[in-house]
Structures are given as structure tokens and as C-alpha cells.
Write a protein that binds this ligand. Structure first.
Ligand code: ATP
Length: 595
């Protein structure tokens, strides 16, 4: 369990106390977190308690589970997922009957629908459609935009969806906090059930999330807390994410003691990459590259003259060179500043490099609400059956069957043998339809028929069915996806194990590492987003800009190619300019023809 950990890391893993671990990128925070979870799972004295690991993305939760599988650690007593999934499954689903706004049923709306409603509201008020409005609330139920006009709009939006018995992820968090704060019974139940809460990327935790975690722990000494993160990697400031100080965290958890630990060094990158990204660090702590690549020179380039239309062929050239030099496709990553740059980019690259696989996790037309039951069943149907996916698929089917039991009062068994049997049912179902929507509907119908359950009679499953398929149809018709194939093969390809060149947003690649990173759109207004620039004090803009550049730079192991392309214009037709902090940095870049 302690294999591959240095003494500082072992100390963090074996600590008995509530702990906050802060460290620079590549220092092994994820490794420590996974080992600590394994260590605590192994020490559990009762079968009645759970360990909860809160990660920023579902991808990160799956990575932890995969690593625990590889370590051979049983995970029956682990729950891992995002704070939104946690709130839904542990608070809202069991206790929504105590909340008047939710008591008559509700469904969670998809991002596409949310964006559509918000855009219509903005148009009505003659506000620019592209202006970012946060609909996050704090624990007092207040909206957190700087501007009261935006707060009114956020409030009006929530009123409108609630009228329709719908909530979004922000209301999900808010009602979870309200329920846990108002009902001692809920607090007590959760703190009796949960023995440890782990928080990854603590620096992006919102006020309500601290509030919810704090209420579960709240000085009762029954549940411990372990947070890891890096304040310099806080990139969700505009959505209310903040790295709290150790004193503030102590206040949240009812004055329980909390220990502060640092781990040092970077095991990921070359010293040159470290020297590049530490220019955007908030402190002047020296970071030493300790890993096997530390001494390599690699390549670090900055191109600020290339036209946006020439990016694709330039990327293709870099990718081809890397592949020729033995770099595997999934060790290369292209980072876009905003997710809507991704779909056209992948399309273009696929045509330029038809033999190279690409993986664009965001470029899926599936509705992004992973709490939807039908999303979870889709994942099982569309993930390849292979030895590498078998443990995941087994875990997913178990979850799905447990949910069916809750919704239908059925008592399907969830023992090992039974879950294998359900998986076999899924594996046998092979609809003939090419159209993705038809394929999935046939598959789901056949699955429920084999289980002998009439799901259409169930209001929750029926509502979720509508929201899933309406969401999928709406996304297929939206500007971003209208050109992609509606064939089931395309949808299946979005679930493929990561073997291809990764194309993702800066937010999507947090925590990951790649031999070669290509980042483009490093323009003022993208990095950071206008919402961190317009009407913001300079220190907010600077820290948003620094943190994004820091996160992007620190994903690279050996090579980093930066692009601040020309030819992009704002909605008011002004040319975008290079990010000013990147522009003013004096760094010994390699010249491009050496690529
Ligand atoms: N003690 C160690 N010895 C050798 N390699 C290590 C050690 N600890 C971590 N690593 C390796 O260093 C790399 C970075 O580790 P990890 O992803 O855990 O860092 P991190 O602190 O979570 O980074 P980030 O903040 O960027 O998410 C990984 O390849 C990991 O396997």
C-alpha cells in the first residue's frame, strides 16, 4: 500500500487526524489521496460505515476507483463521485420529502435546456447572450454575481424552472444544504454512516459544499476529513470556488483539530516545464523536478502569429512528429480554452489525420446530467466489453440495479452472481437500429423486459426517460452537434477507453498529465474568460489568468506548445489579443521549426 510513496507522502497517508494537504502540481496529491483511501478502507472496523470521496469530475472519481481496483482493494464501502452526485444520492433522493419545493417531485435539468432558458431570458432583457451569469447560491440563499442585475436574472431563472418542478445543479446544492442545516436527523444519520470524507481539488470547493461537509462533521468526532489541493490551481473562482484557510475549515467543522501538511517536488515534468509554469505561481516557493524526465530539455514553444485557420494543420504536424518519435496518441493532449471549440477541432483533425484516434470526452451529444438513470444504463450498453472494462461495468450494473430497486420497490438481488447475470443480459442485447436514439430505446426496452419490470408505470424513470431523450434530441439539433453523425457507432466511440489523442478544455484536464500538451486560444477574454475581466478588480483577473496558465503548463511532462492565434474577433468585431501575462513573460522558448 505504501509502495511508490516518499516519506512525506507516507506521513500524509498514515495520519490519524483531519488533514489538509497542499502541494504543487505533480507532487503526488492524487497518489496520496488514492493510497489514503486504500489505507482507510483496509482499516474499516465495521461493515456499516462508508468512506466518501468527493472529486471534481466523474472522470476523477473513476480514475480513483480504477487505481483501487488495480491495487486489489474491495470498494463495497467506498462511495466516490462529485459533490452533486453525493448530494443527490445521499441527501436529496432520500430526504426531498422534507423540502416543500421538492415534495411533489422534481427532475434535474440538462445544461442545454438551462442555457436555452437563460439565453431567452437574456434576450428578453436585451442582455448579451454570451455574458456569463452564475446561478450559484451561497448558504444564505443569495446569488453570487457581482452585478445585482445578473442576480435578479439568476433568481428569475430558478423561479421559472421550479414552477416546472425542475431544478439545476445549483439548486441541488442549495436544497441539500438547507435540508442538512434544518434537520438534525439528516445530519446525524449522515455522520453515523460516513466515517471519512475525502475532498480532491479542495481549492475549487464552493461555499455550499464546505457548508454541507461541515454539517456532516460538525464537531461530533465520528467522521474525519481529508482535503487535498493546490490554491494556485483554483480555476472555478467565477462559479464561487475558493480555497479556504485552515482556520476557516476548522470553523466549518465545529472547531475540530485539523492538521496542515505539505508535500514537495514535482514527479511529473522536466525542470524546464516546472520553470515555465512556476512563473504563474502565487508564491515564490522553488519547485524541484524529481521525476525520471526532470533532466530532459523537451520543447517549449509559443506561437503568437499563426492565423486561426492554420492551427489545424500545425497541430496535425506536431501530432505526427510526436507519433513518429514514439509518443503514444493518448500521451498527447490538445487543450482548448472553451468547450465549444472542441467539436469543430476534432472533426477537422480527424479528416487531416484519418489514421490517428482522438478522444474528446466533452464532444458527446449525450445530455451532461450523469445522475440521470438512463445515462448510467447507456454507459453500460455503449462501453466495449473487454477485460479492461469488466470491473467498471460490474460496478456500474450494480449501481443501476440498486437504483431500479429504489424506484420500483423491486427486490432484484445485487450479489456478485446476480450482477454478472444482469451484465450478461445487457451483453446479449444487440439492437439492429443504426440511429442512436432508436438503438438506445430498443436496448432499454429489451433490458427491462428481461427483468420483467414495467418501467413506464414508474413516474421517476418515466420523467428521467423524457428528460434524457429530449436532451439528446435537443443536443443533436444544437449548433455544436448538428453536423455530427446520429449513428450509434459515433455515440459508442465517445465511450471508448482512452487510446486516442485527448482533446479537452482546461477544466476537463485538471489532474491529468501528458507527454505533449498543445494549448491554443490563449487569448485575453478566453484565458481568463471575460467574466473574470469585465467589472472585476485587477487582482481577480490576474489570479484567474495565472491559475489557468499554471494548470495548462503543468499538465505537460516534456513538451508544451502554446498558441495565441490571430484572426479571432469578439462579438463587437475587435480582434482578440494574446493573454497579457503570457505576452509579458520572458522565457527562453524553442523556435518553432525545431518542432
Ligand atoms: N513518490 C513518488 N515517486 C515517483 N513518482 C511519483 C511519486 N508520487 C507521485 N508520482 C508520480 O508523479 C506524477 C504526478 O502525481 P499526481 O498525479 O498524484 O500529482 P498531483 O499532485 O495530483 O498533480 P496535479 O496537482 O497536477 O493534479 C504521476 O505520474 C505519479 O505517478
Amino acid at each position: 500500500m505504501f509502495e511508490g510513496l516518499n516519506p512525506e507522502q507516507i506521513e500524509a497517508v498514515t495520519t490519524e487526524k483531519n488533514t489538509l494537504v497542499i502541494a504543487c502540481p505533480g507532487s503526488g496529491k492524487t497518489r496520496v489521496l488514492t493510497s489514503k483511501i486504500a489505507y482507510e478502507l483496509d482499516r474499516m472496523k465495521t461493515k456499516k460505515k462508508f468512506i466518501v470521496a468527493l472529486t471534481f469530475t466523474n472522470r476523477a472519481a473513476e480514475e480513483i476507483q480504477k487505481r483501487l481496483d488495480e491495487m486489489g482493494i474491495p470498494q463495497d464501502q467506498l462511495w466516490a463521485g462529485t459533490i452533486h452526485s453525493f448530494c443527490y444520492q445521499w441527501i436529496i433522493k432520500p430526504y426531498s420529502c422534507y423540502e416543500p419545493d421538492l415534495v411533489n417531485g422534481f427532475s434535474i435539468i440538462d445544461d442545454t435546456k438551462k442555457e436555452k432558458i437563460l439565453s431567452e431570458m437574456k434576450l428578453k432583457r436585451s442582455l448579451p447572450v454570451w455574458g456569463e451569469i452564475s446561478t450559484s447560491l451561497n448558504r444564505m440563499g443569495e446569488y453570487i454575481n457581482n452585478d445585482s442585475y445578473n442576480n435578479d436574472l439568476a433568481k428569475e431563472f430558478h423561479h421559472a424552472i421550479l414552477e416546472n418542478k425542475e431544478i439545476d445543479f445549483d439548486l441541488l446544492l442549495y436544497y441539500s444544504y438547507k435540508l442538512i442545516n434544518n434537520h438534525q436527523k439528516i445530519r446525524q444519520h449522515l455522520s453515523n454512516l460516513i466515517s471519512y470524507i475525502f475532498v480532491d481539488e479542495y481549492q475549487d470547493t464552493q461555499d455550499l459544499q464546505y457548508g454541507i461537509i461541515g454539517k456532516i462533521i460538525d464537531g461530533r468526532n465520528t467522521c474525519k476529513l481529508f482535503l487535498v489541493g493546490d490554491p494556485d490551481q483554483a480555476i472555478y473562482g467565477s462559479l464561487g470556488g475558493t480555497p479556504r484557510s485552515i482556520e476557516e475549515i476548522r470553523d466549518e467543522i465545529g472547531q475540530e483539530e485539523i492538521e496542515f501538511k505539505k508535500i514537495s517536488g514535482n514527479y511529473r515534468s522536466t525542470q524546464r516545464i516546472v520553470d515555465f509554469f512556476t512563473n504563474f505561481q502565487s508564491t515564490d516557493v522553488e519547485v524541484q523536478a524529481l521525476g525520471p524526465h526532470s533532466w530532459q530539455r523537451g520543447l517549449i514553444t509559443l506561437n503568437k502569429t499563426i492565423d486561426k485557420n492554420d492551427l489545424f494543420s500545425e497541430f496535425a504536424k506536431i501530432i505526427r512528429n510526436n507519433l513518429d518519435n514514439g509518443v503514444k496518441p493518448n500521451e498527447i493532449c490538445i487543450i482548448a480554452p472553451v468547450w465549444y471549440f472542441l467539436t469543430p477541432l476534432v472533426k477537422k483533425l480527424r479528416s487531416l489525420l484519418p489514421d490517428v484516434p482522438f478522444e474528446a470526452p466533452i464532444a458527446t451529444p449525450l445530455p451532461r446530467n450523469r445522475e440521470n438513470f438512463w445515462w448510467k444504463l447507456t454507459r453500460i450498453f455503449l462501453t466495449d466489453i473487454s477485460p479492461e472494462t469488466s470491473l467498471n461495468r460490474f460496478r456500474w450494473i450494480k449501481q443501476v440495479i440498486q437504483e431500479i430497486n429504489i424506484y420500483t420497490n423491486n427486490s432484484l438481488n445485487v450479489e456478485q452472481l446476480d450482477c454478472r447475470r444482469y451484465l450478461k443480459i445487457v451483453n446479449r442485447i444487440k439492437p439492429h437500429d443504426d440511429n442512436a436514439i432508436k438503438y438506445l430505446q430498443t436496448a432499454f426496452n429489451e433490458f427491462f423486459k428481461a427483468l420483467d419490470i414495467e418501467f413506464v408505470d414508474n413516474p421517476v424513470l418515466f420523467d428521467q426517460w423524457n428528460s434524457f431523450f429530449n436532451g439528446l434530441e435537443a443536443r443533436y439539433e444544437s449548433d455544436n452537434f448538428k453536423d455530427i453523425s446520429k449513428n450509434i457507432k459515433y455515440l459508442k466511440s465517445t465511450f471508448k477507453q482512452s487510446k486516442g489523442v485527448v482533446v479537452n478544455s482546461c477544466h476537463g484536464v485538471k489532474g491529468e498529465e501528458f507527454e505533449t500538451v498543445i494549448a491554443f486560444g490563449l487569448l485575453w477574454g478566453n484565458i481568463p474568460n471575460w467574466s473574470s475581466i469585465i467589472n472585476q478588480p485587477y487582482y481577480v483577473t490576474k489570479s484567474a489568468s495565472y491559475n489557468l496558465l499554471y494548470v495548462i503548463g503543468s499538465r505537460a511532462i516534456t513538451n508544451l506548445h502554446l498558441f495565441a492565434e490571430t484572426g479571432r474577433t469578439t462579438k463587437s468585431r475587435k480582434p482578440y489579443k494574446i493573454n497579457e501575462h503570457l505576452d509579458s513573460l520572458l522565457f527562453d522558448y524553442d523556435i518553432e521549426h525545431s518542432i
